[in-house]
Write a protein that binds this ligand. Structure first.
Ligand code: FAD
Ligand code: SIN
Length: 533
């Protein structure tokens, strides 16, 4: 059993930034970062377009960034939180620059600023088309330099420990649910261990793997949201799943889809349908740079209308050298599958990309469970509302990691370790089950979610999804109660929970708003509300 003052679950931008902040502030205290895979296998690493920030007050303003965020969020953003993130953003971006992150610059030394859908100005700082890779690299280097941070890889968090594990009944109505630490499956020893902590940060990222096609890597299975839901914490707005309009369409390729960043459209890329028509002008006056919900729905509609599995992104008019300079990785990827962007168009289709909802937090990142904070994509801070503005996620991660660290720092000395936590109870579990039982259920889950709970929804589809998820849940619970644990089984269980929460949120929302579009309720309801589960 380990004990730590600060426990951080996840090694993406949210977890690492928070770990650095508390470790720098308390050099005598121990900060433990755990992650279920390799150190850098995170959504963060794959971020392409960049980080939205107002750091050129001559040509941009906080008000404009705030307005753009609110417009994208379609009435559901928490305005105070939007203001906090936008105004504190520049300082937090300076932090990561000080830790070593490099953003592209013009010849005169000023930053290059890109533009993406929904932004009224050029304000996206980037490192070519691999911004996330660069930020993750800088954060991991800084963490390695920090002596009081211990980093444990291949350690799968199963559940957070609360009063429930001391034998008390815990329900949604229980006041003061407390987090005492976590149970983890050590993937090197295959043993379940417990880690006690004074303060825990959930920074487990998104849940794109719940869908058949996603830009997210395999770690994005919604574990944090699912754990907090099981522990009776509050989860909100799960129905708002953002589909990125332009993932590379590669027939026959399963799993993570390669992203073609929105910055390509920011630089002038044009979407065309099967017949070569630039269709976006039919849908929105901002054309290819309308917000993501609108562009993804327009593509979905063109694909359905023309009976195709993708549309085209036309970059043939770009100066080849400029394209290669800004998007070297995309250029290389396209060439590797036989597409020379100066001669051929890129086949693209929408893919699940980002979860706007998640663990409900306040403006200091506190969840509804005492001593448990949530930050990054697994959290619902109120910034994104019904639809996240492009490139606001990395910014939110930096700003909220800082805020969680400030609040946690004030509390750490008032909390003591809980001493009587029982060991993990593995009674009744025997042999590993056949892997086919897990992989087949995962395929079914992804099909159900993609076909019934995708970009366009309706009540019949949601009811069907709900019934099928019930069955998957029942079968998986049975496996969970009787088998030795594996990461695949734990992830499947978490993904079914997340699927259930998405369907539940979507079924409760009797309107179409932001990313949630239900053809049975095409308009917006007058009641503007978050759906808390
Ligand atoms: P992540 O970076 O996903 O990290 C999650 C961590 O939690 C991982 O270390 C994972 O292993 C760990 N973890 C999860 N479950 C467990 C468990 N059970 N036990 C232990 N560890 C666990 N946003 C922008 O703002 N700008 C962009 O340009 C941009 N581009 C993107 C491009 C792509 C292809 C993708 C997928 C996303 C993009 N986003 C972008 C979104 C953004 O990258 C993510 O929202 C953000 O990086 C999430 O950071 P995070 O720290 O919350 O989670
Ligand atoms: C992209 O580069 O298009 C992704 C940006 C984001 O998801 O914020």
């Amino acid at each position: 059993m380990q004990q730590t003052d600060f426990l951080v679950i996840g090694s993406g931008i949210a977890g690492l930034t928070y770990a650095l902040k508390v470790a720098e502030r308390f050099p005598q205290k121990k900060v433990l970062v755990i992650t279920k895979g390799a150190a850098d296998e995170t959504n963060t690493k794959y971020a392409q377009g960049g980080i939205a920030v107002v750091n050129d007050l001559e040509n941009d303003s906080f008000e404009k960034h705030i307005d753009d965020t609110l417009i994208a969020g379609d009435g559901l953003c928490n305005e105070k939180v939007v203001e906090i993130v936008v105004k504190e953003g520049p300082e937090r971006v300076n932090d990561i620059i000080e830790w070593g992150a490099r953003f592209d610059k013009e010849a005169d030394g000023d930053y290059k600023r890109g533009r993406e859908g929904g932004h009224s100005e050029f304000r996206i700082l980037h490192h070519k088309d691999i911004t996330g890779w660069e930020m993750e690299r800088a954060l991991l280097d800084a963490v390695n330099r920090q002596k009081n941070i211990e980093f444990v890889k291949h350690c799968f968090v199963i559940d957070i420990i609360t009063q429930h594990h001391l034998g008390n009944l815990v329900t949604k109505a229980t006041p003061d649910i407390e987090c005492f630490g976590v149970y983890v499956l050590n993937l090197e020893t295959n043993q379940v261990e417990k880690i006690l902590s004074k303060i825990t940060l959930m920074a487990t990222g998104g849940n794109g793997q719940v869908y058949r096609t996603t830009t997210n890597p395999s770690i994005a299975t919604g574990d944090g949201v699912s754990m907090v839901y099981r522990a009776k914490g509050r989860i909100e707005n799960m129905e708002f799943i953002q589909f990125h309009p332009t993932a590379l369409y590669e027939p026959g390729v399963r799993g993570q889809a390669f992203l073609i960043t929105e910055a390509v459209r920011g630089d002038g890329g044009i979407l065309r349908n099967k017949d070569g028509e630039a269709f976006m002008e039919k849908y929105d006056e901002r054309k290819d740079l309308a917000s993501r919900d609108i562009v993804a729905r327009a593509i979905d509609s063109e694909m359905k209308r023309t009976g195709t599995e993708h549309v085209w992104l036309d970059c043939r008019h770009f100066k080849k050298e400029s394209f290669v300079e800004h998007f070297p990785n995309i250029y290389k990827k396209c060439l590797s599958i036989g597409i020379d962007i100066s001669k051929q168009m890129i086949p693209v289709a929408p893919a699940a990309h980002y979860s706007c909802g998640g663990i409900k937090t306040d403006e200091w990142g506190r969840s509804s469970i005492n001593n448990l904070y949530a930050c990054g994509e697994c959290a619902s801070t109120g910034l994104h509302g019904a639809n996240r503005l492009a490139s606001n996620s990395l910014l939110e991660g930096l700003v909220f990691a800082h805020r969680c660290a400030i609040d946690a720092a004030e509390k750490a000395d008032q909390i003591s370790f809980q001493s009587n936590i029982p060991d993990w109870n593995a009674a009744g579990t025997s042999q590993p089950q056949e892997m086919i039982l897990i992989t087949q259920s995962l395929k079914e889950l992804q099909l159900v979610m993609s076909d019934y709970v995708g970009i366009v929804r309706n009540d019949i589809r949601l009811q069907r999804a709900s019934r099928r998820l019930d069955l998957l849940w029942e079968e998986t619970e049975q496996l969970y109660q009787t088998s030795t644990l594996s990461p695949q089984l734990l992830e499947l269980r978490n993904m079914i929970t997340v699927g259930y929460l998405i369907v539940k949120g979507a079924s409760f929302r009797k309107e179409s708003r932001g990313l949630h579009f239900n053809t049975d309720y095409p308009g917006k309801s007058e009641l503007v509300q978050n759906i808390v589960l």
